[in-house]
Design a protein around this ligand. Structure first.
Ligand SMILES: Nc1nc2c(ncn2[C@@H]2O[C@H](COP(=O)(O)OP(=O)(O)OP(=O)(O)O)[C@@H](O)[C@H]2O)c(=O)[nH]1
Ligand SMILES: [Mg+2]
Length: 688
């Protein structure tokens, strides 16, 4: 069998071989779908901008959606007791194209720190290692990510897979440490002797050199937004709480690996129960090393039956349906892919597992994007339609007004000019009311935002931490935690109530402004914060789970408690900042609406006056102005139909179910050219 790849391959060659796996194909299709959608949204934004229909809020909304589409990551984490074959499995799924093992995989403890594989084009190709000593400072991983200087950076030569693998082998690095040091770093605990590492002859123990490794490589899959986490076996999971409460819960899929040679051991079961039973996780259980069950002296059916029995046992012990257990051989799969041996690959059963990943994980991601996109499109479409309807209404009023001037004498025009001046003065009286409204509105908004702001959060969290510190018993900690989340939920409820109050204020002010000054202001519904409440419950579940496990006891160490506090605060901040942003966008769109209408109306008055003055000066002006307005009216109609086409196109792509068929781009609407600088006059028709 010819070897399809030799060592020393170029990264771009990865794609051709990887493209055969279903996971890769689906991820690719998801990538293409996102790209198509991104193109559609870009066209829509361009058109809206050219036609001056893109206000700040719509722009923010569409920009952030496009950014999410372009940058959104899909995180898959591999978790298990040591030596179950996590790293080997990652090699088989993602790195077989390198023609060799990239992630180190060997008997015994191998991967010593969590390894995050991803691609960020703004960073150089390479590896960044975070020294383990950073644990002593209590800073969370999330905080340290933003400080490139504390990481050790090593460039990676991805063209040379030998050198690549050699550099990556740094994730195995350890160094001897005294017991006191190991204890301070979280690798030795008198309370959990079973988890402690073996002591060397000199009484010291080996501790990992690194706390976290980031590998940044332009692998085709990583380029499509996949992030893969390889984690070290047991002990380190407990020692790094961030893994449990931050990383694993936010992963889109978690692969739990068991060994067919060992079955479900007590420590496998502990990891499963302590870390992977949260409802929100999409979990896959892999029974690896089925090749170990192969017995040359027995018929193949015998091995087959044994695999089935083991899978059933695993399912029973983990309390999951047996269809969620995937028997595979990572080693066979890797070697089959390196050697280009399809029979061995089928035997390894890896493709069945990959198919399952592809079938479930990716459509889930797609659905989330679809929903976000449809919400954003709906919002922007309502806004632009409203704007265009308004334009047409004003145009038709103006046409009626000017048509009424046909055959009238100069005196009539002068009378009309006076009326315009009087109306302008009358209209400008709205300014005082608008200012008063703005004052009340911004005060209410400020109060709302302060209620869910960083200070409020910190106060609550710090209070809880004090209680936890004082009540060293786990029970007290859990109770304090439960209360914290009840309080946090109340903050969101209060924000919603204040949001409704703002809506009521705006609604009554708008009604008055509309009748008195001819505005067409519409109050928008305040944002529904349910999503953030759901996020809170998820965080609560993860943290409560963490407090419930043996590792929770580590909280009695001040350093871990501090790290725990920072992590919790930073996760809560993300939730509350999200809620705050949504409230702000909603409020900005309310004030934006007033600004736009005010500006339009003022321009309208000015244009009307200019037009009338021109008409007074020259007889031909009236007809010319009328035909200008008629042409503009046709143009607005045209804009409407083109926009409808653009929105429909974006929706079509967003809701496209079949990943593999991607619609031919761009049957795009031909350019309409920028909107001419004709101002549309406003205000209702005046009888002459
Ligand atoms: N027979 C057999 N051995 C395997 C298989 N998969 C992995 N192994 C071997 O099992 C050992 C452990 O594999 P690793 O990939 O290092 O395991 P790990 O889960 O990453 O372990 P840690 O990094 O220590 O947490 C290595 O020697 C692998 O070659 C398999 O499918 N069959
Ligand atoms: Mg490993």
């Amino acid at each position: 069998m010819p070897r399809p790849f030799h060592t020393g391959l170029v990264m771009s060659e990865f794609a051709s071989e990887s493209a055969h796996t279903p996971f890769v194909r689906s991820l690719d299709a998801l990538g293409i779908w996102r790209l198509n959608l991104e193109v559609r949204l870009r066209d829509l934004v361009r058109f809206l901008r050219e036609q001056s229909l893109l206000d700040e809020t719509a722009k923010d909304l569409l920009d952030s959606l496009r950014q999410r589409l372009a940058e959104e990551k899909m995180v898959v984490a591999f978790v298990a007791e040591f030596s179950r074959g996590k790293s080997e499995l990652i090699n088989a799924i993602f790195f077989s194209d390198a023609g060799r093992r990239i992630m180190p995989a060997s008997p015994g403890r191998t991967t010593m720190c969590p390894v995050e594989l991803g691609w960020d084009p703004d960073e150089p190709v390479g590896m960044a290692l975070l020294p383990i000593e950073t644990r002593l400072e209590g800073a969370s991983l999330a905080e340290l990510r933003a400080q490139p200087r504390v990481w050790i950076h090593t460039p990676l030569d991805i063209k040379d897979s030998e050198a690549f693998a050699k550099a990556v082998s740094a994730v195995m690095d350890t160094r001897p440490a005294t017991l006191a040091e190991a204890m301070a770093l979280g690798f030795w605990s008198e309370d959990h002797p079973r988890d402690n590492p073996q002591r060397n002859a000199d009484g010291r123990v080996d501790v990992p050199l690194w706390r976290h490794a980031l590998i940044n490589v332009p692998h085709p899959l990583l380029k499509r937004g996949l992030v893969v986490f390889d984690t070290p076996g047991l002990n380190a999971i407990g020692a790094e709480p961030e893994l449990t409460v931050g990383l694993l819960p936010s992963a889109h899929g978690v692969v739990f690996v068991l060994g067919a040679d060992t079955g479900v051991t007590r420590s496998d079961l502990e990891i499963w129960q302590d870390h992977l039973t949260s409802q929100a996780l999409t979990r896959y259980v892999v029974l690896n090393k089925i090749d170990a069950l192969f017995d040359p002296l027995s018929p193949p059916e015998h091995t087959e039956a044994q695999i089935a029995v083991q899978c059933a046992q695993v399912a029973k012990m983990l309390e999951i349906p047996s269809a969620r257990v995937f028997p595979i051989s990572a080693r066979q799969a890797l070697s089959a892919r390196i050697d280009g041996n399809p029979r061995l690959l089928t035997e390894s059963r890896l493709p069945i597992f990959e198919e399952a990943l592809a079938q479930q994980l990716l459509p889930q991601r797609r659905q989330i994007f679809e929903q976000l996109t449809l919400e954003a499109l709906g919002h922007v479409e309502r806004q632009t339609t409203h704007h265009l309807d308004d334009m047409r209404r004003q145009l038709s009023d103006q046409l009626v007004e000017l048509r009424g001037l046909r055959g009238k004498n100069v005196h009539k025009v002068t009378v009309m000019l006076d009326r315009v001046s009087a109306e302008t003065a009358e209209f400008e009286r709205c300014i005082a009311q608008l200012q008063a409204l703005r004052g009340v509105h911004s005060r209410m908004l400020k109060e709302l935002l302060a209620g869910i702001g960083g200070d409020a959060l910190r106060r609550l969290v710090d209070g809880t931490m004090r209680t936890i510190r004082e009540s060293l018993l786990k029970l007290g900690a859990r109770k304090a935690f439960k209360e914290l989340f009840t309080e946090l939920g109340l903050l969101l409820e209060e924000a919603e109530r204040e949001g409704r109050e703002i809506r009521d204020l705006l609604a009554s002010a708008y009604t008055q402004l509309n009748t008195q000054f001819g505005f067409s202001l519409v109050p928008a519904t305040p944002p529904d914060l349910t999503r953030y409440r759901d996020d809170l419950s998820l965080i609560e579940r993860n943290y409560t789970q963490y407090l419930g496990v043996t590792q929770g006891l580590r909280l009695s160490q001040p350093r871990f408690l501090e790290q725990f506090r920072r992590m919790l605060l930073s996760r809560l901040r993300v939730v509350f900042e999200g809620a705050g942003n949504e409230v702000e966008v909603w409020n900005r769109s309310a004030s934006g609406q007033i600004d736009v209408q005010l500006r339009d109306r003022r321009r309208g008055f000015k244009r009307r006056r200019d037009a009338l003055e021109r008409i007074r000066g020259a007889a031909g002006e009236l007809e010319q102005r009328l035909s200008e307005l008629e042409a503009y009216d046709r143009r607005v109609l045209d804009m409407e139909s083109r926009l409808a086409e653009l929105f429909a196109g974006a929706r079509r792509v967003a809701t496209q179910r079949d990943f593999s068929v991607h619609e031919e781009l761009p049957s795009l609407v031909p350019p309409l050219g920028p909107r001419p600088d004709i101002e549309i006059p406003t205000l209702g028709a005046m009888a002459l």
